[in-house]
Design a binder for this molecule. Sequence first.
Ligand code: FES
Ligand SMILES: [Fe+2]
Length: 462
Amino acid sequence: MADLDEVLADVRRGMIPAHIYNDAEIFRLEKERLFSRAWLFVAHESEIPQAGDYVVRRVLDDSFIISRDQSGEIHAMFNMCLHRGMQVCRAEQGNASHFRCPYHGWSYRNDGRIVGLPFHKEAYGGEAGFSKKGQTLLPAPAMDVYNGLIFISMDPEAPPLVDYLGDFAFYIDYYTKQSPSGIELRGPQRWRVKANWKIGAENFAGDMYHTPQTHTSVVEIGLFREPKAEKRKDGNTYWAGRGGGTTYKLPEGSLEERLRYIGYPDEMIKRMKDMWSDAQLEVVGRDGFMISAASAFPNMSFVHNWPKVEEDSDDVLPFISLRTWVPISEDETEVYSWFAVDKEAPEEFKDLSYKAYLMCFGSTGMFEQDDVENWVSLTSTAGGSMAKRLLLNSRMGMLKDDSPVVEALSPEQFAGPGVAHVGYGEYNQRHLLEEWAAHLEQGPVAVKSHQVGVGAEQEGTV
Ligand code: FES
Ligand SMILES: [Fe+2]
């Protein structure tokens, strides 16, 4: 690989060494320095509503059980038996008071505590030889929750999730806080694409430029009112804290009229008005921007859009989707994609919204298929020898002296936090890669190893 300092310096001036989208050494560094620190979304509380509910989620090379114990508390536990390392839970989701390891039968409560160890006395000499007390499946080094979204971090010293997200949390609320009850999820659908994980995250963060080209056919069949080139460039892209996204410009009108325009029924609008802050309401009602796709660094994305869902009608209906881009290797990504909807939404709205999601961004969604074809092709080309000689220009929105093509919106034009620009630009792709560069510059995270059944922890690094 080319010198890392040079790669990071190029990235920081908006010139991207093409090989970073398919490079084994870069991927090794991403695992060691980025995914070992960042907060990573794994599940939503609504996926495990009852005591005993659990889901199993992959985070790079690790498997975690996300469970709700009998007292309602949520746990994220490394899915590896403390005995000889078998995967304790092999199902993807379910409800269980206990997990029993298939290999030799050690069993654990759904909060991780060991409760059963066959022939404890004969084989280990009982508590004197192996103390079960205080032994649990290894918890994720850090876990935190925002609006029901459960994140884990491999860094026990990770800052609180809200500090990490920073002002991007302002925008997460539009997707996840439309009523006091929050959202419920369906899914996830999971599939793998032969594409580097960064490409999807960048695309969702700020690529309004691709819509009219890549998704021409979706525009042609009239599924949307907005994705046409001239409509998308009226929207803005914003970056705030550790995330950024895209918006559409809505037609003139009051807050209510604008929310009705994208298909929200009045009862949902009423609850949004109660839930959202003055600034959150101003972004829509005063400034006329509605959030669309977004990404939180490093690998979580959001979508909000409003296609036509019925053949003979011009009515549109909004849907929300959450997703993660879980890296498998430098050239493969597992996509987890959930449909999200306000828990208090009318049932008919939920059904139609689900349909809208599936048409657009489910595994067979029309947008999904268009996008992935580009990303697979990009990734495979980035793995060759010529890509190492190419610096891609990711400077859209900036002149040669780094000044902006269009000035950032003032607080009077856009009430949201962060920096926002109307029109096409690659501000957010650059922000995302700046975070990426800042992480890759750091050293490995220190780790403690937990010694099963014999006492104190050991320190070391990975
Ligand atoms: S590996 Fe789990 S009981 Fe032996
Ligand atoms: Fe797309």
